[in-house]
Design a binder for this molecule. Structure first.
Ligand code: ADP
Length: 689
């Protein structure tokens, strides 16, 4: 066997290079076999075991049937296969040893057993050795590959199991109800949140649709959702109502997605319970509506109070102003002046409270009209000149020439801020001076606008450093004794701060106790184009020619207005209700109607609407509202009713003059809105603190 399989292979191998050189033929390389032999079966088995242990196992065995005492060939083969089932075996036998049937009976029909009959044919032996060792190699390789595959499959299976487990955990732990259903809406899979949300066990849910479970009221709702899903491929955050067996009707947000699983479409749904959130939103909404109603009631109350207080106040201030010009003993005059000053103080407090409440509810709106800052500053200083003189204080004004002659903005509010600061400066200064100065601020302003800076310096009592912050807060006074000593509500500066902030500016104070204070504010104002003309004042002679119809139901106010008009040289007719206004306007010629807004029967707005619908001869007359509330809304309503302008009560002589000058005969009846606003903003607020 050894001779046949190895033969002269070694010598042949040495000659191969020479053969290649001489004949140029590529030699066929023969497989080299390693061959061991054993004399009998037991020895063969132990050699096989050893080879396996060394990791170098035998590929095949030629086993003679007849062997020295011990196992015969058939027995040996059976033992060898127990150790190495893939060992390729050739059983060498003479016909007389065992019949083929006997061998088969003992060893079965394995595919790794061949019979070699004696005497051997050398080629057959060599071929068997080649073929069987090759077969052994191939089967080893394929079984190694199979093992690899098995390993990969089990590894992948483990990964899939882990992924499946993770998905399950997420699916079940989700606080959002998740369901998978077929295209008819029947549930195939649901998570725990879904069971909890509907209070129904999974077994009852699976196989049924939401209508069958009573979650949706009817199949129309389900059809509607299916239709939307078919059209858009998804449904997003749809609010739906569903029923829970114990807690009743609940609200949820539903998301639907069409997904493909195993090549067929399915519906994936997510449902989030928003019942509590919804309830909270409803409660908030109710609270908000309530708060809005309360705020509305508050501002209506304020408007009413304002009206109720301003009407008699109009009488007090108006009559005391007129009385002051009559001849009377000095002590009577000083009493009259006290009455007037008290009335004006009350009017100022009323203005502050109203302004503050308007600012608080964001209802205060600023006007934009051309004005002269220099005139406004002079007005402010003139207003307090007398008071300053009474206290022997010097009151100076200096205006930088760089400020444009005309600006656009809310002159009324700028005057209000200025008046507040000058009034405080006089109030808190016992000796020395008050200086008002204005110029352009260093910080810039948007294109076409400028930033103006105004300062009010006094040599008064000053403010301690730790109180500086407090004075710009609502009702903030340096100490409680301030209001007792000097009066005031503590609202003036907070109103100033809010007003300058609305004008894109700011207000600040520098002060040292005993040395005095400097209040400085800045604001952004527009620079009007050449076409935005300022109204030119009319001459008194023009006013003197005016015939005015006054509609006012309050007898004291009738007297005040009549006397004021007389003072301006106008002639006036008085009526006390809307019907009489309409009759008078048609019966006689007037240059203007001063119309109280609140009158019994037909009120001022209704009367104005009716005048505007008369024939052109009568309907074009200017109408000026006399209003005690003067809120932006009320003014808007007056304009909407066809009125041209408004005057707020208590009526100031100067404001009345300006309105008459504007709407006087030289202007005619057709004033533009811009002119109207210009006049409105030039009316000074009542300041007398
Ligand atoms: P009030 O109506 O009380 O004057 P303000 O808001 O105008 O309300 O002022 C708040 C407080 O700031 C005043 O009460 C006073 O204590 C202080 N204050 C304001 N201006 C001056 C000033 N020029 N000098 C000293 N203290 C001032």
């Amino acid at each position: 066997m050894r001779k046949v399989l190895i033969g002269d292979n070694a010598e042949q191998a040495d000659l191969e290079p020479d053969e290649e050189l001489l004949f140029g033929a590529t030699p066929v390389r023969a497989t080299r076999f390693e061959i061991d032999s054993a004399y009998q079966g037991q020895e063969g088995l132990s050699m096989l075991e050893e080879s396996i242990a060394e990791g170098h196992p035998y590929a095949m065995a030629f086993v003679d049937v007849r062997m020295p005492p011990g196992w015969d060939g058939v027995e040996t083969i059976a033992r060898l296969w127990q150790v190495a089932p893939d060992l390729q075996v050739v059983i060498c036998t003479a016909y007389s040893d065992y019949s083929w049937t006997d061998i088969q009976r003992h060893l079965g029909h394995p595919d790794n057993l061949l019979i070699l009959k004696k005497p051997f044919d050398n080629i057959e032996v060599t071929q068997l050795a080649y073929a069987l060792t090759q077969k052994w190699h191939l089967s080893r390789q394929s079984s190694a590959r199979m093992e690899d595959l098995d390993r990969m499959v089990s590894c992948r299976t483990r990964e899939l199991q882990r992924a499946e487990e993770a998905f399950r955990v997420v699916f079940e732990a989700s606080p959002i109800a998740i369901t998978l259903s077929d295209m008819e809406g029947r549930y195939l899979e649901v998570n725990r949140a879904c069971e909890d949300m509907f209070g129904v066990a999974k077994e009852r849910i699976v196989g049924t649709d939401p209508v069958g479970l009573g979650w949706l009221e009817n199949s129309e709702e389900l059809n509607e959702l299916s239709k939307r899903l078919a059209s858009f491929g998804c449904v997003d955050a749809q609010e739906i109502a569903y029923t829970h067996p114990t807690s009743g009707r609940r609200t949820g947000l539903l998301w639907l997605r069409e997904v493909t699983i195993h090549h067929s479409p399915h519906i994936l749904s997510f449902l989030l319970d928003i019942t509590d959130r919804k309830q909270m939103e409803d409660e908030l909404q109710r609270a908000r509506t309530g708060a809005e109603a309360a705020a509305k009631a508050k501002s209506e109350f304020l408007a009413n109070m304002s009206h109720e207080i301003r009407t008699p106040l109009n009488g007090v201030i108006g009559l005391s102003t007129l009385l002051d010009e009559e001849n009377m003993p000095d002590d009577n005059r000083s009493m009259v002046r006290l009455i007037r000053a008290s009335g004006e103080t009350l009017a100022k407090i009323l203005d502050d409270v109203l302004d503050f409440s308007k600012i608080e509810c964001g209802k205060l709106e600023l006007e934009q009209a051309p004005f002269s800052l220099r005139e406004s500053l002079e007005w402010g200083v003139d207003l307090f000149r007398m008071k300053a003189t009474e206290k022997h204080l010097e009151l100076r004004l200096s205006v930088d020439s760089g400020i444009p002659a005309r600006l656009t903005g809310d002159a009324t509010r700028i005057r209000q801020i200025l008046a507040n600061l000058i009034s405080n400066a006089i109030k808190f200064t016992e000796e020395g001076s008050i200086e008002v100065n204005a110029g352009l601020a260093r910080e810039g302003a948007p294109d076409g606008k400028c930033r103006v800076r105004v300062g009010v310096r006094d040599t008064g009592i000053g403010i301690p450093p730790d109180k500086l912050d407090r004075i710009f807060q609502s009702f903030g006074q340096v100490d409680a004794s301030t209001s007792r000593r000097f009066g005031g509500t503590g609202l003036g500066l907070v109103i100033c701060r809010r007003l300058v902030e609305m004008m894109d500016g700011s207000i600040a104070v520098e002060s040292r106790p005993g040395d005095g204070s400097v209040f400085e504010f800045d604001f952004v104002a527009g620079i009007p184009s050449a076409t935005e003309a300022m109204p030119a004042p009319a001459h008194d002679s023009e006013l003197a020619r005016m015939r005015i119809l006054v509609a006012e139901d309050n007898p004291v106010n009738q007297i005040v207005i009549e006397r004021m008009l007389q003072r301006l040289g106008c002639s006036a007719d008085l009526v006390s209700n809307g019907i009489d206004v309409l009759r008078q306007v048609q019966a006689s010629h007037y240059d203007l109607v001063l119309m109280d807004v609140q009158m019994p029967g037909i009120d001022g707005q209704e009367a104005s609407r009716r005048i505007r619908s008369l024939s052109p001869v009568h309907s074009r007359i200017p109408i000026v509202a006399l209003t005690a509330s003067a809120t932006v809304e009320d003014r808007g309503a007056c304009v909407a009713a066809g009125m041209n302008d408004y005057l707020s009560k208590p009526l100031a002589l100067d404001a009345l003059r300006k309105v008459l000058e504007h709407w006087g005969p030289s202007r005619g009846a057709a004033g533009t809105d811009r002119e109207r606003l210009a006049v409105a903003s030039s009316s000074p607020p009542m300041i007398a603190d």
